[in-house]
Design a protein around this ligand. Sequence first.
Ligand SMILES: NS(=O)(=O)c1ccc(-n2ccn(-c3ccc(F)cc3F)c2=O)cc1
Ligand SMILES: [Zn+2]
Length: 258
Amino acid sequence: HWGYGKEDGPTLWHRNYPVAEGSRQSPIDIIPLQAVHDHSLGPIILSYDHCTSINIANNGHSVVVEFDDSDDRSVIRGGPLDNPYRLKQFHFHWGGKGCHGSEHTVEGMSYASELHLVHWNAVKYKNFGEAATAPDGLAVLGIFLEAGDDHRWLHVITDALYMVKYKGSLTDFKGFNPKCLLPSSLQYWTYLGSLTTPPLHESVTWIILKESITVSEKQLGKFRMLLFTGEEEDQRMRMENNFRPPQPLKGRKVRSSN
Ligand SMILES: NS(=O)(=O)c1ccc(-n2ccn(-c3ccc(F)cc3F)c2=O)cc1
Ligand SMILES: [Zn+2]
C-alpha cells in the first residue's frame, strides 16, 4: 500500500498509479508574479451555514472530517467554477516538529500545514466517486496554516484528535462549521490539478487562498500525536510529513483573483 515513507512514499506512487507522472498533477509551487490576473474571475462564494459535519476519522494518511452531502446545503460556487460544488470532507497535511508540511508552496516557501476542503460537482455527476474521476468533478479549497498564536476555533478539532489516534478509528463530530477556519480575505490562486494522494485523479480545480490562518505550535503538535498505524500494529508510526512535494507545472497557467 502507499504512504509517505522511504519504501512507499511519493517518489514510488507512479508504480501503482502511473497518472502520478501525468500532465496536471498536484501540488505545485505557486509563483505569484507568474500568475495571470484574470479579471473575469469573480469572488468565490462559500455557503456553509447549514453544513452538517458527521464524523472525524483517521484514515491512515490524515485526519478527515466528513459531511452530509445528500443535498446542496453546503457548497462552494463562483470564482473559476461553473457549478456549485458540494462539501464532502476536509482534512489536513502537516510536517514534523519545526519543519514545514504544506503541499503547495509559494515561491519555494512552504507553510507549517495545509487544510483541504474537498467539494464535488453534484450538478453534473451523481455521486462523489463518479465526480472524482471527471476532469471538472472536484474543487478543493486549500488554506495555508502558519505557526504563531493559538487559533480560537482549531481547538475544537485538536481536542478531538485523541479519539482518532489510530488508523481506522472514527468518532462522531457533529455541529462543526469550517467557515470558522477561513482567513479574512478570500483572494485566491486557481489552476487545474489532481488529488495529491493516490489515486491521484486529475479531477481537481484547485482554489488556494492567498491569506493563511495562524495556529499555535501546540495545536500543530496535537496533529503529530496521531498515528499512521492501527491499534493492533506493534510498530507505532507517528503521523507527520504527510505531504506530497510540488509537481511539474507542465505548461499550466495559474490564475489569480484580483
Ligand atoms: N489531498 S487532496 O488532493 O485534497 C485529496 C486526495 C485524495 C482524495 N481521495 C482519496 C480517495 N478518494 C476517493 C474516495 C472515494 C471515491 F469514491 C473516490 C475517491 F477518489 C479521494 O477523494 C481526496 C482529496
Ligand atoms: Zn489534501
